[in-house]
Write a protein that binds this ligand. Structure first.
Ligand SMILES: *Cc1c(COP(=O)(O)O)cnc(C)c1O
Length: 443
């Protein structure tokens, strides 16, 4: 590890003064480039996304039976794309600024099985691992009807293997529920931020929940250590996993189809801005990769983080990526947005994706709570605090004339723009917990 000279860092990157003061900040990266130029740094391509999509199709008959709530979509885990016109009005009032483009929301909050964006990446990586084991053991071929995985023979087979993961909550939920359903022995190492209801839900599914007083970084580290001692244990590495990333990336093509179905254009005259809450970076990074591959240079991805956990902004802005944590700047990584409570960004996502991500901003917990309540009032939709982080993005974009000029987006193009807030979680939050959120209490 490099020894950090914080004073020098701050003088090189004055924005960090505001970051350290826990002020809300916005940074549009002037070094972003085209998909053509940025793609080689990702190290993954169209074929990888296609393979992931085919794998999910192979598993669809199994998922449709194993999780009846996915029956209506034939075992494909996908969320709705909706307009939120009443929230648009509420935001205009809140920020005293008109919003020219169309405001939409992607309801990953209501994805089946685990009620968050992690139902994309987490479930995909468990399925990838299960398929590999079963194929190697000669129990499964890619051409099979995968609903045979429901047979006791497979459950017995998977029981010999275990899966471990470190999580702030939602990743643990996805991986725990999916692994337990297949028959794996599964341990979820939960950071202090993880909500009690998530832990008890996992225990109901027979998952071994290990609790920590420390943050996400420690939970991940402990999970990694436990897995290293057992050759039959597979560690899902949220900080570095390409499989997770690819599971998320399938969202790009799926969203493109939804836009086509709803007759919404995305092209030079109709830009698309997408606002993604960011924790360690795998979820928003993978989705952004998929979106870039689907829509090319006409989609602009912007990451949102809590003022107390701005790890990706810090990593990309300073160029230090996972060589710096927010704690190195004296920032505590304590936030009510438990899905985003990560102090050190992924070692892979920022380096792979920084050229293709337009910007980053932070917001306070109070701000998220306020938006949570406004969305509930305006649209009757309830989300967990993390999932609101994308909401102010539209204001930052429409207000930043320098950024818009760089993109060569004028007033009339801006009026044709679609702004998509990626709502990342909340669909499974218990009633009482939601009531407390709505009263802006942290319980
Ligand atoms: C995990 C999560 C995110 C961010 O995903 P990362 O892969 O950690 O960046 C955002 N919102 C919610 C609700 C999450 O659970």
């Amino acid at each position: 590890m490099t020894v950090l000279n914080i004073d020098k860092l701050i003088s090189n990157f004055p924005l960090l003064q505001q970051v350290i003061a826990l002020e809300e900040v916005v940074w549009f990266n002037p070094n972003v480039t085209t998909l053509e130029r940025g793609l080689p740094y990702v190290g993954l391509g169209e074929q990888d996304i296609h393979d992931a999509s085919l794998r999910l199709q192979r598993f669809a008959p199994y998922l449709a039976k194993a999780f009846p709530e996915t029956h209506v979509t034939n075992g494909i885990i996908e969320s709705e794309l909706i307009d939120i016109p009443a929230m648009k009005l509420a935001l205009e009032t809140h920020y005293q600024q008109p919003i020219k483009g169309r405001l939409m929301m992607k309801k990953d909050s209501h994805l089946p099985i685990s009620g968050s964006i992690k139902a994309r990446g987490g479930i995909y990586e468990v399925l990838t691992h299960a398929e590999k084991l079963a194929i190697e053991a000669g129990l499964l071929c890619e051409g099979d009807d995968y609903s045979k995985l429901l047979e006791p023979e497979f459950r017995n087979f998977f029981t010999q293997y275990s899966i471990a993961v470190g999580s702030t909550g939602n990743l643990g939920m996805s991986i725990g529920i999916m692994s337990a359903k297949l028959g794996f022995t599964v341990s979820v190492h939960m950071s202090a931020d993880a909500r009690a209801w998530k832990k008890s839900k996992l225990r109901e599914h027979g998952v071994n929940v290990v609790e920590y007083e420390e943050d996400y970084g420690v939970a991940v580290e402990q999970g990694r250590k436990e897995a290293e001692q057992d050759p039959r244990c597979f560690f899902i590495d949220d900080e570095n996993s390409q499989a997770l990333f690819l599971g998320y990336s399938v969202a790009g093509q799926r969203l493109k189809q939804q836009f086509e179905q709803q007759h919404i254009s995305v092209d030079k005259e109709h830009p698309l801005f997408v606002y993604l809450p960011c924790g360690v970076g795998g979820g928003p990074g993978g989705v952004a990769f998929g979106l870039k591959m689907a829509f090319g240079d006409h989609v602009h991805c912007i990451f949102a983080e809590p003022t107390h956990s701005p790890c990706m902004l810090l990593g990309v802005h300073s160029g230090l990526h996972d060589e710096i944590a927010v704690q190195d700047l004296g920032i505590d990584n304590l936030t009510a947005a438990d899905g985003l409570a990560v102090g050190r960004a992924s070692g892979f996502v920022g380096r792979a994706m920084e050229r293709l991500l337009d910007g980053y901003y932070t917001l306070t917990d109070e701000h998220m709570y306020q938006l949570l309540s406004e969305l509930n009032q305006a649209e009757g939709i309830q989300l967990e605090p993390s999932a609101l982080a994308g909401m102010p993005g539209v204001i930052h974009v429409e207000q930043n004339s320098e950024y818009l000029a760089r993109l060569q987006i004028d007033e009339s193009t801006l009026a044709n723009a679609t702004h998509l807030v990626w709502a990342t979680g909340g669909g499974m939050v218990p009633k009482e917990e939601m009531a407390a959120y709505l009263e802006k209490l942290s319980v």
